[in-house]
Design a protein around this ligand. Structure first.
Ligand code: GLA
Length: 375
């Protein structure tokens, strides 16, 4: 499998942590279809940690929790598939998962075969309780080989949090995405920290193996497993826009059975999702000299140019961007016809520079520009 665009879906961890079961997963699958999330591109439903028994069976096979998943995982996978979704699961490169359930170390091929048998399409692979004498790249290569030979196309989602210089070796392992950050929590501070950390790691992002900035906290509002203070809708909008602009996988983490209208509107904004899923898959880059505002630019399929202003400060800001910062010089005699992707508004044709109106703290402005002849 080659992934040309960042994976999109839902993961159980952010809201539910260990409190997962067959009923919840089925209801989530229903909601992903009924609320239009699947239609918007969110195709993977992923069960994170805490789904198994604490012990393997006598043949060394991992066993789903009898209490949480009484009908086994094949039944869950079948249900998820029947809704038109793909099914994801979780394991770990160490002896145990982060919540101390059996990990796949020394069981890589058995586990990959088991996942294939159940109909798994996606494996998130964590990094807790790993043997310290073994190098990280070998641990991920072991599972990479097992998945590549299991007879089923399984997306490999590596989760070593960017430690041990993951960026230097992860593309060798067969991973289709890799966690380039530590764990997100539902606060503005966490969103900002993860975004800043991506600046130096962005050159390692690319088609086939995407930098994963961790699951989204949009719509959690301070409730659930990784909830702390919660964020405002404006902050969630900025968070979603950043993850989308930076080509991160978009894995929803809220309770999709009970989304607010604002949450639904943020998560299903097709123009923002289109930036994330742009077929050209170009790397975004920082394009300003203004240290108060993060200004990302990205070239899009068909010649359009995306510009994102992100006010991560606690003050009002008035950002601007000279077009020669991204290679459109005066001599080209071209202008940009700009659309604001959150309001849908055509904001006019600009030559050489665009100056944004006042931006409140923690807000963003995401523009799509079409190159036109200057008048
Ligand atoms: C780690 C991962 C999280 C989640 C938990 C589960 O912390 O980074 O995303 O999977 O483990 O225990």
């Amino acid at each position: 499998m080659i992934k040309h665009t960042p994976p999109m879906g839902w993961n159980s961890w952010n809201t539910y942590g260990p409190n997962i079961n067959e009923k919840l997963i089925k209801e989530t699958a229903d909601a992903m279809v009924d609320t239009g999330l699947l239609a918007a591109g969110y195709e993977y439903l992923v069960i994170d940690d805490c789904w198994s028994e604490r012990q393997r069976d006598e043949n060394g096979r991992i066993v789903p929790s009898k209490e949480k998943f009484p009908n086994g995982m094949k039944a869950v996978a079948d249900y998820v598939h029947s809704k038109g979704l793909k099914f994801g699961m979780y394991s770990c490169a160490g002896n145990y998962t982060c919540a101390v359930y059996p990990g796949s170390f020394e069981f890589e091929f058995i586990d990959a075969a088991t996942f294939a048998e159940w109909g798994v399409d996606y494996l998130k692979y964590d990094y807790c309780f790993r043997p310290y004498w073994q190098k990280g790249h070998i641990l991920y290569k072991r599972m990479g080989h097992a998945l590549a030979n299991c007879g089923r196309d399984i997306l490999f989602s590596a989760c070593s949090w960017g430690v041990d210089e993951t960026h230097k070796w992860i593309k060798e392992t067969g991973a289709h995405m890799w966690r380039s950050t530590g764990d997100i929590v539902d606060t503005w501070k966490s969103i900002k920290e993860l975004a800043l950390k991506q600046v130096e790691l962005q050159p390692y992002n690319g088609q086939g193996c995407f930098n994963d900035m961790d699951m989204l906290v949009v719509g959690m509002y301070g409730k659930g497993n990784v909830a702390l203070d919660g964020c405002t809708d404006e902050e969630y909008r900025t968070h979603f826009s950043l993850w989308a602009f930076l080509n991160s996988p978009l894995m929803i983490g809220c309770d999709v059975r009970n989304m607010s209208d604002a949450t639904k509107e943020i998560l299903t904004n097709r123009d923002i999702i289109a930036l994330n899923q742009d077929p050209a898959g170009r790397q975004p880059y920082l394009a300003d000299n203004n240290t108060n505002i993060m200004t990302w630019v990205k070239s899009l399929e068909g010649g359009d140019i995306a510009i994102g202003f992100f006010n991560l400060t606690d003050n009002n800001q008035c950002p601007w961007i000279p077009f020669d910062n991204f290679g459109i010089n005066r001599s080209a005699n071209k202008a940009l016809q700009l659309t604001n992707l959150w309001t849908g508004e055509d904001i006019g044709v600009y030559k050489d520079i665009y100056r944004a109106p006042v931006m409140l703290p923690h807000t963003c402005m995401v523009l799509r520009g079409k190159l036109v002849d200057a008048k």
